[in-house]
Design a protein around this ligand. Sequence first.
Ligand SMILES: NC(=O)c1ccc[n+]([C@@H]2O[C@H](COP(=O)([O-])OP(=O)(O)OC[C@H]3O[C@@H](n4cnc5c(N)ncnc54)[C@H](O)[C@@H]3O)[C@@H](O)[C@H]2O)c1
Length: 282
Amino acid sequence: MRFEYEKTAVVTGAATGIGREICLALAGDGWKLGIVDIDMEAAGETRELVEKAGGTGEVFRCDVGNPEEVAACADHFFAAWGKVGLLVNNAGIMVAGCIEDVILEDWRRIVDVNLMGVVYGCRAFVPYMKKQGGGHIVNVASMAGMITLFEQAPYNTTKAAVIGLSETLTMELSPHDIRVTVACPLCLNTRLMETASIESEFISQFYLNSFAQARMSAADIASCILRAVERNRFYVVPQPFAKVLWINKRLAPASLLFTFKWLNRRDLAKPFVMWLARHGLA
Ligand SMILES: NC(=O)c1ccc[n+]([C@@H]2O[C@H](COP(=O)([O-])OP(=O)(O)OC[C@H]3O[C@@H](n4cnc5c(N)ncnc54)[C@H](O)[C@@H]3O)[C@@H](O)[C@H]2O)c1
């Protein structure tokens, strides 16, 4: 892969899913990888796979929701390697349910991991990247931050905030030659649901169906993200149906909201969304 900076990357949430696949894709190109996660067993498996694929991997235990641990992670990798060319803020969790059902502790947990985890990552790595003269940051958000699904406010809200943060930083950091990419995939089958806290039967069923029918794998999403890094693209919207939704939102921002409000008042929204999930379109 063509990359202008040092071929060293720190990837959070690299033990499984998209994070692991990003590491494996880079490993084949001889990168040094910081495999950052709280699941040490699976992170160790990622390291073994990275080394088999030709890269060098180092596992670092870090809860991205803890600012001190994230700062220690940045200090560690810059001390070990001198430079970090790529930071991927990918670690994330799922919390969903109707507004009155999700307990505040779960709201705080998802804000800490999905939003503040990205804030802490950027705060810790950007000063070093400024000093080294540049770098690239990928923030893994979600299509849920652009096109929101009802009964899923905690997840949607954190992902929308990550998109806003990324839009801000791509402008703010451009004088320092620090590039930013934000990834907004639709559903793909990973371990995300295994640690999820979901207070909605509809959302649980929705993910069961959409994960089973997902047309793109974590490896496909990883390769879309890395292609965007190579070409210095800001938005990554990998799935074709996600592109359709996104274009619709840009051209007529209120039309999808109006349609779903109308459908929901007639008890048609859930069957329609479930139909999309069963046909691999969500
Ligand atoms: N799977 C999907 O449908 C989908 C769609 C759009 C966006 N995403 C986003 O992609 C990212 C990766 O998720 P995935 O689908 O690969 O799921 P995954 O559950 O397979 O991977 C998430 C990883 O993050 C780690 N993690 C969780 N909390 C952590 C913490 N506090 N500190 C450090 N690591 C932590 C987990 O241990 C896991 O290895 C997430 O941000 C997710 O929101 C996923």
